[in-house]
Design a protein around this ligand. Structure first.
Ligand SMILES: *[C@@H]1O[C@H](CO)[C@@H](O)[C@H](O)[C@H]1NC(C)=O
Ligand SMILES: *[C@@H]1O[C@H](CO)[C@@H](O)[C@H](O)[C@H]1NC(C)=O
Ligand SMILES: *[C@@H]1O[C@H](CO)[C@@H](O)[C@H](O)[C@H]1NC(C)=O
Ligand SMILES: *[C@@H]1O[C@H](CO)[C@@H](O)[C@H](O)[C@H]1NC(C)=O
Ligand SMILES: *[C@@H]1O[C@H](CO)[C@@H](O)[C@H](O)[C@H]1NC(C)=O
Ligand SMILES: *[C@@H]1O[C@H](CO)[C@@H](O)[C@H](O)[C@H]1NC(C)=O
Ligand SMILES: CC(=O)N[C@H]1CO[C@H](CO)[C@@H](O)[C@@H]1O
Length: 572
């Protein structure tokens, strides 16, 4: 969930890219036996299939949820450890076929529960699922392998109730990138996850596997989590639509924590329409996470926000300093050209663009270290004794075969098992050590927390919205553009903006990953105040539908799985 601490390697080299931009084969067709007419019907191409298309096919008995699970499993097998070895998926749910069978039967006998009935979803590996199902919950760490969690995560309870099928667990930056200066997408258990748009490109993180798997249709949809950038950045790098909800809209109960003040769980999908469906299901109050009790109720039906005219008459501001001051990963001239073109599109869609509309606190945020103070203390507290009803994660485990029961144990476990957790070039655990050295919630901590609220919200996002009379803010997604919303606990909705060109100079992102690189996507983020998801979804949808950037470019040929529904559907 803490995306951006990885050191970008400064070595630059040129490389000749492989042939990219090849398209998946045409959608498969079949004459379905149960359709009474002789009409030829098309099966959806799983590279892109939307929830609505999958529901149409399921309702028309063109295929079943069992077929869907089999097809996604086969697609994962093609590219996860074989072929391009994307390492996006950690575990497949041994109970998924049985769950799908039961949900197929229910659909046929009682009808469907709602839009997620029978739809497979991949979860980031920090989101707990009951151990009896057969999946582990480990945040990518061997210290949690075989651990028995007390219950499903709050969001998982909602998904199951809505009839979703838990497909498996996605690789991630270990501990949601709260371990040390490690490359994004690397975990001890999963190894280095890489992007599907260029061989070995940075998937960003920490919801790396959720991003890569969704980008090429290894699952229908996925969940990620964000503390600062961890949904937004992999959404950006993997050509997706993603929603980082307001802290307190979605429950964090049962999610391996970093910070009660910044963690949030959200959808990563191929379209804003799909993201709206998933958010409508996972949002809501949960007695096990008291931050959720402050949200307005009832939870809106976010699909009602999908209006192509949503930007008409709105005022959208550009907080330029947030990205022009970011000289490490942001303020990329190529991204800025695409961003300025996006502003023209926003104007063409009937909005007024206020540019610049800087956050009064922008210069202070750029040099503030308050966030690190808060996260270092929160991580240890949440992991150990806990502060909110989220409770101590390790202490609450019913069993943990590794014996790790505390942050100190975890640090010792990593050092004692270097072959598992500290292979060459992935040794660092300085973040864990820094957090362990904190002494609790003292005056310095509470002051930093108050500064963050003031910098991010009061004199930040809320001040800019008020001063310039805005409906939302808009920013390029790469770089440190997530910080103001992270420290404020405010939402971000991200959609595809563009792709790096063929002749971009390739840079190194980690020991085994490159960035930027030809064809690697980047996104556009809409920001607003607390619980403004409904409006932001509308704005992002209007932009997405006007531009349809996602399909302007596809993954590199080897990273596009070939299995389609027709390959798994049992003979009529
Ligand atoms: C969960 O971990 C155990 C090892 O503790 C392993 O036997 C099992 O296969 C894992 N589950 C999955 C779905 O990989
Ligand atoms: C959650 O509960 C804790 C402990 O009872 C309390 O200190 C905190 O203010 C509550 N937070 C919210 C957002 O209700
Ligand atoms: C950020 O950029 C502005 C110019 O846009 C400059 O005045 C300011 O000093 C910069 N702040 C930092 C912290 O670099
Ligand atoms: C926290 O933010 C305030 C307000 O900008 C600033 O004065 C202070 O130096 C910051 N503290 C740290 C540790 O960066
Ligand atoms: C609070 O604890 C931190 C270490 O976690 C320490 O650096 C700081 O000085 C302490 N502040 C106060 C006011 O004691
Ligand atoms: C890349 O190609 C574009 C035109 O296709 C050209 O304008 C640009 O200068 C080139 N950049 C480099 C670094 O060669
Ligand atoms: C589903 C899957 O392919 N999981 C693999 C993820 O990567 C680890 C490490 O290589 C393998 O052990 C898993 O089988």
């Amino acid at each position: 969930m803490w995306a951006l601490k990885a050191v970008r390697w400064l070595v630059i080299f040129f490389a000749v890219g492989p042939s990219i931009g090849q398209h998946a084969r045409a959608p498969d067709e079949l004459l379905h036996p149960s359709v009474p007419t002789t009409k030829r019907v098309q099966l959806p191409d799983l590279y892109e299939a939307s929830i609505a298309e999958l529901q149409d096919g399921l309702d028309s008995h063109l295929f079943t949820s069992v077929d869907l699970v089999k097809a996604y499993f086969a697609r994962i097998e093609e590219v996860n450890l074989e072929g391009p070895q994307l390492r996006a998926v950690l575990e497949l749910n041994p109970s998924a076929i049985a769950q799908a069978k039961a949900l197929d039967l229910e659909r046929n006998t009682k009808g469907k529960r709602g839009p997620l009935h029978g739809i497979p979803i991949l979860l980031k590996d920090n989101i707990a699922t009951v151990s009896s199902e057969g999946l582990n919950t480990t945040a990518g760490s061997f210290s949690l392998l075989g651990s028995v969690v007390p219950d499903d995560a709050g969001v998982v309870k909602r998904l199951r109730k809505a009839g979703a099928i838990i497909l498996g667990k996605a690789n991630l930056s270990e501990f949601a990138h709260f371990r040390g200066n490690l490359a994004s997408g690397w975990s001890g258990r999963g190894g280095q996850c890489t992007n599907a748009y260029f061989p070995h490109a940075d998937p960003c993180g920490s919801s790396s596997g959720s991003g890569v798997a969704t980008s090429i249709g290894l699952t229908a949809v996925s969940l990620g989590s964000e503390t600062d950038g961890s949904i937004t950045c992999p959404t950006s790098n993997n050509n997706l639509a993603g929603i980082k909800p307001t802290v307190g809209l979605t429950s964090r109960a049962g999610v391996v924590p970093i910070s009660e003040h910044q963690d949030t769980i959200g959808p990563m999908t191929r379209s804003i329409a799909d993201a709206a469906v998933v958010l409508s299901v996972i949002a809501g109050k949960d007695p096990n996470d008291n931050f959720t009790l402050a949200q307005p109720s009832p939870v809106p039906d976010y699909t009602k926000a999908l209006n192509k005219d949503a930007l008409k008459g709105k005022r959208i501001g550009v907080p330029r300093k947030v990205f022009t001051n970011d000289t490490i990963t942001g303020n990329d001239p190529f991204v800025n050209i695409a961003f300025d073109a996006a502003l023209d599109t926003i104007r063409a869609l009937g909005a007024t663009v206020v540019d610049p509309a800087d956050l009064p606190s922008a210069d202070e945020i750029a040099v503030s270290n308050n966030e690190t103070i808060v996260l270092d203390v929160d991580f240890k507290a949440s992991l150990l004794f806990c502060c909110i009803q989220l409770n101590s994660y390790y202490a609450n485990l019913l069993e943990n075969p590794s014996g790790v029961r505390s942050l100190a144990d975890l640090i010792a476990f990593n050092d004692a098992n270097p072959e598992l957790e500290e292979p060459p070039r992935f040794e660092d655990q300085s973040e864990l050590i820094e957090s362990q050295a904190t002494t609790g919630m003292n005056a310095t901590y509470f002051q930093a927390l108050a500064f963050d609220k003031d910098l991010g919200a009061t004199r930040g996002i809320d001040a800019a919205l008020k001063q310039f009379d805005l409906d939302a803010l808009i920013l390029p997604a790469p770089g440190f553009t997530t910080v103001p919303a992270a420290i404020a606990g405010y939402p971000i909705v991200t959609v595809p903006l563009g792709f790096y060109p063929e002749n971009i100079t390739i840079g190194l992102a980690g020991p085994e990953t490159v960035y930027p690189a030809p064809g690697v996507p980047f996104g556009l983020s809409f920001l607003g105040t607390a619980f403004s998801e409904f409006q932001l979804i509308g704005f992002a949808f209007a932009y997405e539908q006007k531009t349809k950037t996602r399909l302007a470019r596809k993954a590199f040929a080897e990273a596009i799985p070939k299995t389609q529904l027709q390959d798994v559907i049992s003979s009529p």
